[in-house]
Ligand binder design. Structure first.
Ligand SMILES: [Ca+2]
Length: 405
């Protein structure tokens, strides 16, 4: 894509391309970084040039109110499964009708950032009616941990049966924050589950400990069994479910068109990260970070890079508080093909990242007036679906339809 300021020729090309592809060399207006001393490891690792689709999105409410909706899955009949963090799963019909809570869910710890979190359909859902979800599992004495479970959704959508846990993070945590968690079927029979490290100085260190699933991405079979080809399978002192480690609080995960897993994790004050996940790799938390602690003190030794630790493909400072993402593959917005759409809780937006291979080459902030965006999906017609995180949250549809009269 041409740059406005690159040369006279590029300027002419940009004019020919029209406003739909406008781009400048300046990043999105986002205020100063919290840690101005940090420098990106490579160009455009942060503050990529701002993009402007020139699209006036039409925003319609499909369903509301939903109490702190967290995860969405699209049903084959045109409806949706939506989790509400306090512990309810709803079936939203194609016409927006919200069901009574689906019966049969396990108890959740709905406190802090905990509760019922993500939801995903089995790739064979049309036949097996199996759904997977992640949640904060109460484990006694006020402790809890990130868990993933599965069950069969009744044909009428009213209940789940055969409910069983397939993953429970260990050890139980007294700290009801930083659970992650997204759950992504990889299309090859496995599930990828993202977690968090429960925030405290004591617990965050466990992100580097291969004997726990704090601050990890785990990969399991549909029944919870660790696959034999996981990177630490058979290694003494390491858990065989671990796929990658050194993560903080991963609340966004998606596969690209090639089936490659990408995740986004919350940084501290500065340092939200987009990572391309390779098995067995160390993503650095809390040893390296592009952010600082909330009190302004450095994270660890205050360094952004170390040998043997992966660099984020992109980072934000100040943060966007990322939750939920999808690679756009719909027909409605052809110019967004392959772009990453990310929910921002704060300042609140739908963030579009243009990628070129494994590099981010542009960023746009859309839907900046709808509050906290918790999850993102693409509808069969190419419209974008988002969940807004509020006491009276909603499922919204973003389209290029003519606005309703
Ligand atoms: Ca990292």
């Amino acid at each position: 894509m041409p740059r406005l300021a690159a040369s006279g020729l590029a300027t002419a090309a940009t004019l020919l391309a029209g406003v739909a592809c406008a781009q400048s060399d300046s990043p999105v207006d986002q205020g100063p970084p919290n840690v101005p001393a940090f420098r990106p490891a490579f160009p455009e690792q942060t503050r990529a040039p701002a993009l402007d689709s020139g699209i006036e999105l039409t925003v319609e409410t499909i369903a509301a109110p939903l109490e702190h909706p967290w995860g969405i899955a699209l049903l084959p009949d045109g409806g949706y499964l939506v989790t509400e963090r306090p512990g309810r799963l709803r079936v939203v019909a194609a016409d927006g009708t919200i069901s009574a809570p689906v019966a049969g869910l396990p108890e959740v710890r709905a406190e802090g950032q905990g509760g019922l979190l993500d939801i995903a359909l089995s790739p064979g859902f049309a036949q097996d009616r199996t759904v997977y979800w992640s949640y904060a599992k109460p484990l006694g004495g006020g402790a809890s941990a990130t868990a993933a479970a599965r069950g069969r959704l009744a044909e009428d959508g009213a209940s789940l049966t055969g409910v069983e846990d397939i993953f429970v993070q260990d050890p139980p945590s007294p700290t009801a924050v930083h659970y992650g968690s997204r759950i992504v079927p990889d299309g090859a029979g496995h599930l990828l589950v993202t977690t968090g490290e429960h925030f405290t100085e004591r617990e965050r260190r466990l992100a580097q400990d291969l004997a726990t699933t704090y601050g990890k991405i785990v990969r399991i079979d549909a029944d919870g069994t660790p696959p034999d080809d996981n990177p630490f399978a058979g290694l003494t002192g390491a858990l065989p479910t671990i796929w990658s480690y050194g993560h903080r609080n991963v609340q966004a995960a998606a596969l690209d068109a090639a089936g490659q897993l990408w995740t986004i994790e919350h940084g501290p004050q500065g340092g939200d990260e987009l990572n391309r996940i390779e098995p067995g790799r160390n993503y650095g938390w809390p040893i390296i970070s592009y952010g600082q602690n909330y009190d302004g003190s450095p994270v660890g030794e205050g360094v952004t890079a170390r040998d043997g630790m992966e660099q984020p493909r992109y980072y934000w400072d100040p943060v966007i508080a990322p939750s939920g993402m999808v690679f756009y593959d719909g027909a409605m917005f052809p110019e967004w093909q392959g772009d990453l759409l990310v929910g921002s809780l704060s300042p609140g937006a739908l963030v579009r990242l243009r990628l070129d291979g494994d590099k981010v080459v542009g960023e746009e902030r859309l839907l900046t007036d709808a509050g906290r965006i918790r999850d993102v999906a693409v509808a069969p017609d190419g419209a974008v679906l988002v969940l807004t995180d509020a006491d009276d949250g909603a499922l919204l549809r973003l389209s290029n339809d003519a606005p309703p009269e």
